[in-house]
Design a binder for this molecule. Structure first.
Ligand code: ATP
Length: 325
């Protein structure tokens, strides 16, 4: 039996990179799961606190992220969808680390980044993964190291308690390509990048999509070809198109070799609109009823807690903090 667990930060409405790179895969896993497999998807509020956040904005994006998970087709009856921050954790993320800095050091070290949250982030993530005895974690390749730490922690707990309480979770990589910023194709598309025109949100309307794609950075070479080194902007549009169509990017590129950027941008716009139409409509339907969303979140939190409390009781028993029956 599989226990599948993954999470998303509540740092903004998910963008098309999140969708093609992660969320769409979660929906696929839900569709393909065996009846007794367990799927758990979490909005990881505590993890967002590694960086400074505006509380009012965070509250909005936290609820929007939850709504987006339901809107794309995760079913709160089939999967457990919940806010990780509804769990009782007191997480001091912003404690500054004492670092010695060379007074002449001109390097761009942003001290707000150097806090305990950054160090404990992978440990908190491991705690989330292990609390549900997760066997499979679908994540991007940037998460590989975190998952290794998680397996190490699980293994060392199992060894020291002479038990096999925690399965060692496997990483399930998503084959989807990384989607890049529309404005700076040397960076990935990100929720927290300053320029809003650098990303397509799940909530963008037709005109916004058209304007953002029209303004996407490409190059001045003629024709269209897939070459991530020489033509990152153009290639990113092809990746987007291929991702939405679920086709091979080289096959898609072949169809555009005699066309120009204009034709490519029109087709990317159309296919994005097609991809986002339903989730977007569902998102706004859900958001119009905050009471219903809260009820879904409470139900998810309750189901998640049932499992994690059971695990915690087993941990307590194994380490000698709970009477054995
Ligand atoms: P932020 O920019 O605020 O750090 P993010 O956009 O990177 O946020 P996360 O919440 O950290 O999003 O990640 C959610 C999931 O989306 C992860 O599995 C991550 O690998 C994936 N993901 C994030 N950005 C992209 C992208 N540009 N292309 C493909 N997948 C992405």
């Amino acid at each position: 039996r599989k226990v599948i667990f993954s999470g998303i930060q509540p740092t903004g409405v998910p963008h098309i990179g999140n969708y093609l790179g992660a969320l769409r895969n979660w929906v696929k896993m839900q569709r393909e799961a065996e009846p007794d497999d367990q799927l758990i998807f979490s909005v990881v509020g505590w993890h967002a606190l590694t960086l400074p956040q505006d509380p009012r904005k965070l509250l909005q994006t936290r609820n929007d992220t939850f709504a987006a998970l339901v809107a794309i087709g995760l079913d709160p009856e089939r999967s457990i969808i919940f806010h990780q921050d509804q769990k009782e954790v007191l997480y001091f993320t912003r404690t500054r680390l004492a670092i010695s800095r060379n007074a002449n050091d001109e390097s761009e070290v942003d001290e707000s980044m150097l806090n305990t949250g950054l160090l404990t982030y992978p440990v908190l993530q491991a705690a989330d993964v292990l609390a549900y005895k997760t066997t499979h974690v679908p994540v991007g390749d940037d998460q590989q190291q975190h998952l290794e730490l998680c397996r190490d922690l699980a293994e060392s707990f199992n060894r020291s308690t002479n038990n096999s309480l925690f399965p060692l979770p496997e990483t399930v990589f998503n084959p989807a390509k990384r989607i890049l910023s529309l404005k700076d194709p040397s960076a990935k598309m990100s929720k927290s990048a300053r320029d809003e025109n650098s990303r397509i949100l799940l909530t963008d309307d037709t005109i916004t999509i058209r304007n953002k794609i029209r303004g996407a950075v490409t190059d001045s070479l003629s024709g269209v070809s897939y070459d991530t080194e020489a033509r990152p902007g153009t290639s990113n549009l092809l990746t987007l198109l291929a991702g939405c169509l679920d086709e091979d990017v080289h096959a898609v590129a072949e169809r555009y070799k005699d066309k120009g950027h204009g034709a490519l941008k029109i087709d990317v716009t159309d296919v994005l609109e097609e991809t986002l139409r339903e989730p977007r409509a569902e998102f706004f339907r859900l958001r119009a009823d905050p009471g219903h969303l809260q009820a879904l979140a409470d139900k998810g939190a309750e189901r998640a807690k049932e499992i994690s409390q059971r695990t915690l009781a087993e941990v307590r028993r194994l380490v000698g903090l709970l009477t054995e029956f």
